[in-house]
Design a protein around this ligand. Structure first.
Ligand SMILES: [Zn+2]
Length: 340
């Protein structure tokens, strides 16, 4: 729904300048986020969303550096806590899923430009010990594309397990966290090994790389244990996924903050969870991060970020469109996320 509105208003966003949007909205602190940057097709991602090439990513950074100041996370966190905006427009980047491209491609670019960033990692995937179930879907789809003779076999297997649709790829993409064991069974039927992929490709950051990046000044937070959709979990499991992953990251990698980014989205998460997160006496988190775009949040410590992928639009267009959408939301008094 939101994506289609953004597609419609996107051509109109260029009518006004970036500084006009910054001033009229008084939204001067923005949080763009990415997953990966690569010039090579990523088999574990390519069926899910499009990522930036190195040139595209550098162009996004050029735009950001032209219109925004670099802000250190410490300073951004103080402003957020005080519910203040910086004097000059500023941006803070973050990266989800703890993918190895952060170490190999992204960090060297950011270091060269002096740009800080926060990484949100899934604790079950660190050191390539396990694979995100959505990545398994992407790998399986790519494997079937290479081996179309497997279509029928897999369709029958999935139909036997209650998954039917005209399009096999859509069936595979519809398998959710609770049914994720189907991926391992399907892979076995197709004679495909996720384990081999993990060992050969090594898609995730290792502990050694995280320690090195941390020493270079990058911050680390948790992205849950194994990337479930939080709206599909009960409150107790939401707390467990958050608390265990955040404590692991903070202790193992000696992080100064307890940071957490919701896997997928915070949509459908109850206010009760946020009250537990930020409870004064026994807080689980210092700050959480979500993905609703340029929006305020009723919980000021829950920071809404701007997704910078999954579209052919460049960074300039994405951010200006978010500002235009924000203005429309202000007119309807809907620019603040209220959790129900
Ligand atoms: Zn994620």
């Amino acid at each position: 729904m939101k994506k289609s509105i953004l597609d419609i208003i996107s051509p109109l966003s260029s009518i006004c300048t970036t500084s006009f949007y910054q001033n009229i909205t008084n939204r001067k602190l923005i949080f763009p986020f990415y997953h990966s940057v690569s010039d090579i097709p990523q088999l574990h991602i390519s069926s899910l969303y499009t990522t930036r090439s190195v040139i595209e990513f550098k162009k996004d950074l050029e735009f950001l550096l032209k219109h925004y100041e670099i802000i250190e996370p410490d300073k951004a966190f103080i402003l957020i806590t005080k519910k203040q905006q910086p004097i000059k427009p500023s941006f803070l980047l973050s990266f989800d899923d703890g993918l190895s491209e952060f170490y190999e491609i992204i960090a060297p670019i950011l270091i060269q430009k002096g740009i800080p960033a926060i990484n949100f990692i899934n604790t079950a995937f660190v050191d390539n010990k396990d694979l995100f179930y959505r990545s398994k879907a992407s790998l399986l789809i790519n494997h079937i594309k290479e081996n179309p003779q497997l279509n029928k076999l897999l369709s029958v297997f999935l139909a036997d397990n209650g998954f039917t649709n005209n399009n096999l790829y859509n069936i595979i993409l519809s398998i959710n966290f609770n049914n994720r064991e189907l991926f391992d069974k399907a892979a076995k039927i197709c004679n495909y090994s996720f384990e081999d992929f993990l060992q050969v490709k090594k898609p995730y950051l290792t502990s050694v790389q995280i320690n090195e990046l941390s020493k270079q000044g990058f911050l680390f937070g948790a992205h849950s244990i194994n990337h479930p959709k939080y709206s599909e979990l009960n409150l107790q499991e939401q707390i467990r996924q958050t608390q265990e992953s955040v404590e692991f990251v903070k202790n193992k990698f000696e992080q100064p903050y307890k940071l957490f980014a919701f896997p997928f989205t915070d949509f459908g998460v109850s206010p009760e969870l946020f009250n537990k997160f930020f409870n004064h006496e026994n807080h689980i988190l210092d700050f959480s991060f979500a993905t609703a775009g340029l929006k305020n949040d009723e919980f000021c410590r829950n920071i809404q970020r701007i997704p910078m992928e999954g579209t052919s639009a460049n960074g300039k267009k994405i951010i200006k469109t978010e500002y235009l959408y924000y203005l429309l939301k202000v007119a309807l008094s809907k620019n603040c996320v209220i959790h129900k």
